[in-house]
Design a protein around this ligand. Structure first.
Ligand code: UDP
Ligand code: MG
Length: 326
């Protein structure tokens, strides 16, 4: 059984840190970002490797990476066969990483690399996961803040996991990486949630989100809604329970209406509740449809799981041993 504490490891004096960077159409800024990250890593007393996962970019991201790989010994690049999404790209990076600890960071310098030395210090002091947590950024539009806050509070309420201001910028010990890669078999992993879910000693560092350095954000509202649903559905079955509770409440309501109607009939008042009936019908109809929708989400998730498809496919790679640079 491997030793669980990094402090007791021989590697502690010369640890290897793997930095994994998902990149989708980051051609304009990737070289500069790698320069900054390299500079920071050079100032830390660690060996390092940097793995960039090109998540199906349609611009020249991979060409840039392939070129850089030729003279940068610590750099590796993996090109996925198409855009599989950031979660899958990060999984590909976690699988390829060989370090004693892995740092996941965005390609656009919105996650300040200056935090890396402090993360490594915390890790050397025994933290198994170091989360970089966003301080509220003033530059965010009110709409974005409201959106993030609704989502995070909903997830906390439904699933009991607190992701407020969390980001994908983290340091993860080898033990936890192995757990994420080998022990968890779910498709469409929700990285932020799972890293918290595994447990072990977790610490937080705070940072201010910088402006994106180049290119534009890769998230559409649609992909964000997708991520939100995956997050909720893979972490909690509370929505299904809410459906049941709604059902019971509706039953009670119906019972009340029945008693009232019987009573009116008994005392002889005419029942002229046409509009009420339509209202109740619509209400019940919408409850039923929402309930079916919620169940559908879970069934879709089960379907994805049983198909047991790979999370991503690799097209080509560069910078790994005996790897030619095409
Ligand atoms: N990204 C990716 N695949 C995607 C979308 C994004 O690999 O399908 C990468 C992107 O290149 C960046 C990181 O994920 O390195 C965060 O994306 P972005 O900066 O667009 O998101 P935001 O900072 O707006 O949350
Ligand atoms: Mg960004």
């Amino acid at each position: 059984m491997a030793d669980q504490s990094p402090a007791a490891d021989d590697t502690v004096d010369h640890p290897v840190i793997s930095v994994i960077i998902p990149a989708n159409n980051e051609e304009p800024g990737i070289a500069a970002a790698l320069g900054v990250i390299n500079g920071v890593l050079a100032s830390c007393e660690v060996s390092n490797e940097i793995i960039v996962i090109d998540d199906g970019s349609t611009d020249g991201t991979y060409a840039v990476l392939n070129r850089l790989c030729q003279d940068q010994e610590n750099l590796r690049a993996i090109k996925l066969s198409r855009n599989f999404g950031k979660e899958s790209a990060m999984l590909a990076g976690l699988r390829a990483a060989t370090g004693d600890a892995v740092i996941t960071i965005d390609a656009d310098l919105q996650h300040p690399p200056e935090l890396i030395p402090e993360m490594i210090e915390r890790w050397k002091d025994g933290a198994m996961v170091v989360h970089a947590v966003k301080r509220q950024r003033a530059a965010n539009t009110a709409m974005e803040r409201v959106r993030a806050s609704i989502y995070n509070n909903l997830l906390k309420f439904l699933g009991g996991i607190d992701l407020r201001n969390s980001s994908d910028y983290k340091l993860i010990d080898r033990v936890v990486v192995n757990a994420l890669v080998n022990e968890l078999h779910e498709y469409q992993r929700f990285f932020r949630g799972l890293v918290t879910w595994v447990g072990y000693r977790q610490e937080k560092l705070f940072f201010d989100v910088a402006e994106r350095q180049a290119g534009e954000t890769k998230w559409s509202t649609r992909s964000l809604i997708g991520l939100a649903i995956t997050g909720i559905v893979s972490f909690t079955s509370m929505p299904l329970r809410i459906v049941t509770i709604f059902g019971i409440l509706t039953l009670l309501l119906a019972f009340g209406v029945a008693v009232e109607a019987l009573w009116s009939w008994f005392i002889g008042t005419a029942v002229t509740g046409f509009m009420t009936i339509i209202f109740v019908l619509l209400l019940l109809g919408s409850f039923i449809m929402i309930s079916l929708g919620i169940m559908g989400e879970y069934i879709a998730k089960i379907y994805e799981e049983v198909k047991n498809r790979p999370d991503y496919l690799v097209d080509r790679s560069a910078g790994f041993n005996e790897n030619e640079h095409q």
